[in-house]
Write a protein that binds this ligand. Structure first.
Ligand code: PEP
Ligand code: MN
Length: 249
């Protein structure tokens, strides 16, 4: 086992589905994670797929922050999302893989974040183009945004060996050469696409000295409204952390 120093754990549902679902999940995991993740707007591939609870979810996220004294990270895809999230005191915002692939969207988002005191995480773009990924980071850096991290969630590919997204570790390495200062968060849930591969992907990330992990956790994974195959239960999440020896709280 690779020794993991100062790990950072981010866990929570792919999407908030109801107040009860969200609070139940947080209640079970808040002592095992540093940050709660949750989607309130889901930019799904198909408009017929579950698209999230919207602003109501921000209200619940704020309540969770107050009740459990734990930060909540939310995905934002538009400047309106950013404005709303900040209104509810959400201080960690992440940009999803589909948004990172669009330089117009990233530029607009970067401009709206100028001078804002929030931490920004940028997922790698859905397509395997390291320049597009690095360029998105440049756009944010150019506007003076300093509290930045990037999330490795793998890339769309037709050759992915049972995984939902190809990790392309060599491309991550290329990215690290361009932005060596940028902390990397691994998202084994979206790379794997299936709960049974999450441990293996996490271990591969640890071999590459990654010590930050974002894991999707749902109280009833098989009933989840999005990404049901890859979400794990709070119990499975605790077992995973034990196997990986990456307790951080
Ligand atoms: C998510 O984190 O739930 C998500 C939609 O991820 P991605 O942007 O990596 O597809
Ligand atoms: Mn998801």
């Amino acid at each position: 086992m690779v020794k993991t120093n100062n790990p950072l754990i981010i866990a929570g549902p792919c999407a908030i589905e109801s107040k009860n679902q969200f609070f139940n999940i947080v209640d079970e995991i808040y002592t095992f994670t540093d940050i709660i993740r949750a989607g309130v707007w889901k930019g799904r591939t198909s408009p017929n797929d579950y698209s999230g609870v919207g602003e109501r979810g921000l209200n619940w996220a704020q309540k969770v922050q107050n009740k459990y004294s734990i930060p909540v990270a939310i995905e934002v895809g538009t400047t309106k999302h950013i404005e709303l999230a900040l209104n509810y005191n959400i201080k960690i915002l992440w940009i999803g893989a589909r948004t990172t692939a669009n330089p117009f969207a990233i530029q607009e988002i970067a401009e709206s974040l100028k001078g804002v005191d929030a931490e920004i995480w940028v997922k790698n773009p859905i397509i395997a183009d390291v320049k597009l990924w690095a360029g998105a980071i440049d756009r944010l850096k150019n506007l003076g945004i300093k509290k930045l991290k990037t999330i490795h969630r793998g890339f769309y590919s037709d050759k992915k060996n049972n995984l939902r997204n190809d990790p392309k570790w060599d491309l991550l390495y290329e990215f690290q050469k361009i932005h060596p200062d940028l902390p990397i968060i691994s998202d084994p849930s979206h790379i794997a696409g299936n709960s049974k591969y999450i441990e293996q992907i996490s271990k591969q990330a640890m071999q590459k000295n990654i010590n930050k992990f974002m894991i999707e956790v749902h109280n009833f994974p098989h009933k989840a409204l999005s990404d049901k195959q890859q979400q794990i239960s709070p119990k499975e999440f605790k077992i995973l952390l034990k196997k990986l020896k990456i307790y951080s709280r």
